[in-house]
Design a protein around this ligand. Sequence first.
Ligand code: ZN
Length: 127
Amino acid sequence: METKLSKEKLEYFKKKLEDRKKELEKALTYVARKNPANPEDWETVEPDMNVMVSDKNELADIFEELENRAAIGDKLEERLNLVKDALERIEKKTYGVCETEGEMIDEKRLEVFPSAKNCIKHAKKYK
Ligand SMILES: [Zn+2]
């Protein structure tokens, strides 16, 4: 199913996703380092809580919600993978298409959750 989003919109969401990707990778460096044997994998390290607390961005909720740094690392990695998947869908021109039934995801939803794979109706398991 091909996306119905305009080229401009795709560029817009691509930029948004790339910013999110950088942010997540930066946040991951506080709690984990890349596994030298497998650069796609991250290993948990002692986090610098001071840096994390002073880094006031939308990831603050993750840090607040999860005390365990391994859990934080997993959560960040999970989000990072969602963002990478979304960037791939932009390349394949399937971005914004609900993977359940192939209808377009509401743009307002993509605005708040640019890595969404499903429309709101089909999104229960992704929150
Ligand atoms: Zn759907």
